[in-house]
Design a protein around this ligand. Sequence first.
Ligand code: 13P
Ligand code: SF4
Length: 302
Amino acid sequence: MDNLINKINELKKQRDAVILGHYYLERDVLDICDYVGDSFYLAKKATELENKTIVFCGVRFMGESAKILNPDKTVLLVDNSAICPMANMVTKEDIDKIKAAYDDVCVVAYINSKSEIKRYVDVCVTSGNAHNIIPKIKNKNIYFIPDKNLGGYLAKQFPEKNFILHPGYCPVHERMNKDELLEAKKLHPGALVMAHPECNEGVLGVADYIGSTTGIIDFVANSDNDEFIIASELGMFYELEKQNPHKHFYPIKADQICVDMKKITPAKVAASLENDFDGVVLSGELIAEAKKSLDRMLEMAK
Ligand code: 13P
Ligand code: SF4
């Protein structure tokens, strides 16, 4: 492993590269990242870095967002097959139908969507910034794609808006269920429940705190409680344990795993830097059109 890390460091120097990664990665990958964060942090960070090359350890929409925001940089995806299944759950035809049915509708896309879709939406959001962006939208009707759970959660926060929810979901968060969560609470009666808004309504209804991965990490760090049930992907436990060595963290079940995030390995990072493979390739036209909704997100989230 030491040899591999030395090799990655050498390649980073040669290529003027920086490594960004999401909390859901394997621990050995998180250890080689220069910056780790939630989707919003990573998108913002990508616009602040001077390096020529960004190695994006995460799923494809994340690397593509970094490229769209930084068209002149090389963005390496590490493993092109690492995708977010939810990003494939909405089509342009879905958007066209809703636009035809409503005169006054704002199409809001969770950043977990394809670049091709981002060209047709008004603004992107993440779970970490949606609460700042939704109140700034003038339209009453909001078509929220693709995540019905994040959309449903926001609809409850902003009852003055009419949310039209697209029926997409994250398979990892959707399969966590309320009954199993209540069982976990019985086993750990002193634990607070931290839930990502991609969880279904049943789980969110039991949660003590709902927020993005960074939101959960910050809540735990500032809480006096020392036990937490985490309704999100298990990769998060690494940061939680590092920041809070004396606190205890429990999953609902052992299958809270995003198999796509786990495809990224240090060996693949080295190979990607060495051979330049799985660099993001998007047409200039697509980048220019999709960039509008991401730029609007960064602007409105301020
Ligand atoms: P955040 O890290 O933005 O909360 O998103 C979670 C997620 O599912 C990323 O795919
Ligand atoms: Fe997509 Fe869910 Fe994996 Fe996040 S955890 S990348 S939303 S499948």
